[in-house]
Design a protein around this ligand. Structure first.
Ligand code: UD1
Length: 365
């Protein structure tokens, strides 16, 4: 039996925890699969990339495209040009892409044009908000994919409505939760990473989406929210380099720094970040993945967006969509701090075995 050569693509921070369990699973079957890991270099800083490879024990990428930062169009085009060369050289049978970042779309488009089959892990999620660059990436990647691996029931519904044939769609669960559960013992062991004495009670903030940090108008709203929240509880904010740049550009960095109870720290590695979240009273975020991680950790999550592509985290999990609505935030924070947060249930197949299901599907093809 000849080995199946499979290229796995990782580009940006939220991809790494999805790639780790897949690499581990493929390596269990060395006679069947020859996995090749390609890092596009969309994220390249130590804190945005290297630390995740180390924390998650991901092997060094076989190929690094080193594309770096640029406008969305230029970044996507650079990845495409370089990835085409990789496919010509490597001639894989399958390309696996994960999530919804620019690297995801760029590589699936190249593979599709070159007649290489595409598998999309985390398919079918829809925010129905085309202002988010990730929504374009999700919709188009799913159109191009031959295998669509779905994390939650909404994914099945969305793909069916879009006319994707059922035989391409597989409900396998959530590989990011595979990573979370695999690291839980290590996460629960150590101290929370914070300079000085960690406060007994705190909230975690993550905020990086253009829709929140790219204008004076939205940052004014965020500042008011933080004024309120930091009066109630200390807030720790590991800050994405892009968000720091935008907050500085709009002259909010000093004002943020002056908030007594707000501590802005460098971006954290995987284990440190999840540990911080797991001991927090709640998370205030605009991230996608954190909505899922908070659900499994049973930590209340207030999502500063008007919509979510991960509705199961609202229906079953700890997630509440609060946007930048200060009244909703005051109500939700009050309920959480008074112990009135609901008890979540873990979505089906968020059980640490999703990567195993994916590899099983692929080995049967
Ligand atoms: C990307 C993803 C987003 C994800 C986020 C998580 C897309 C469209 N967006 O957004 O879905 O939530 O990653 O981190 O793919 N930068 C650095 N160092 C790095 C990487 C980026 O300083 O290692 C700065 C640069 O100024 C860069 C900016 O961040 O221009 C934006 O990076 P980019 O990868 O284009 O998008 P993100 O905002 O990180």
């Amino acid at each position: 039996m000849s080995k199946k050569k499979i290229i796995l693509v990782a580009g940006a921070r939220p991809n790494f925890m999805k790639i780790a369990p897949l690499m581990r699973e493929f390596r269990k079957f060395p006679k069947e699969f020859a996995p090749v890991l390609v890092h596009t270099g969309q994220h390249y800083d130590t804190a945005m990339s290297d630390v995740f490879f180390k924390d998650l024990n991901i092997p060094e990428p076989d190929i690094n495209l080193n594309v770096g930062s640029a406008s969305h169009t230029v970044q996507t085009a650079r990845i495409m040009t370089k990835f085409e060369r990789v496919l010509k050289e490597e001639r894989p049978q399958l390309v696996i892409v994960v999530g919804d970042v620019n690297s995801t779309l760029a590589c699936s488009l190249v593979a599709s044009k070159m007649g290489v089959r595409v598998a999309h892990v985390e398919a079918g999620l829809r925010s129905f908000d085309r202002d988010m660059p990730e929504e374009t990436n999700r919709v188009l990647t799913d159109r191009l994919s031959d295998y669509l691996f779905v994390t939650e029931p909404s994914g099945l519904v969305n793909l069916r409505k879009e006319g994707v044939s059922d035989d391409k769609v597989f409900y396998v669960g959530n590989v990011m939760i595979d990573t979370l559960l695999a690291h839980l013992p290590q996460i629960q062991k150590g101290p929370v990473p914070k300079r000085g004495q960690p406060p007994k009670r705190y909230a975690v903030l993550t905020l990086h989406r253009p829709g929140n940090v790219d204008s004076t108008f939205t940052l004014t709203g965020i500042y008011e929210i933080l004024e309120f929240v930091t009066r109630e509880i200390p807030v720790i904010y590991p800050i994405h380099p892009r968000a720091r740049k935008m907050i500085r550009r709009h002259n909010f960095l000093k004002a943020f720094n002056k908030l007594d109870n707000l501590e802005m720290v460098e971006p954290l590695g995987y284990v440190d970040f999840i540990r911080l979240v797991s001991k927090a009273r709640f998370v205030l975020t605009d991230s996608g993945g954190i909505q899922e991680e908070a659900t499994v950790l049973e930590i209340p999550c207030l999502t500063m967006r008007e919509n979510t592509e991960r509705p199961v985290t609202v229906d079953q999990g700890t997630n509440i969509l609060v946007g930048r609505n200060i009244a909703k935030i005051i109500r939700s924070v009050g309920a959480i701090l008074n112990g009135r947060a609901g008890k979540p249930t873990r979505p089906k197949f968020w059980d640490g075995k999703a990567a195993g299901r994916i590899v099983k599907v692929l080995s049967e093809q």
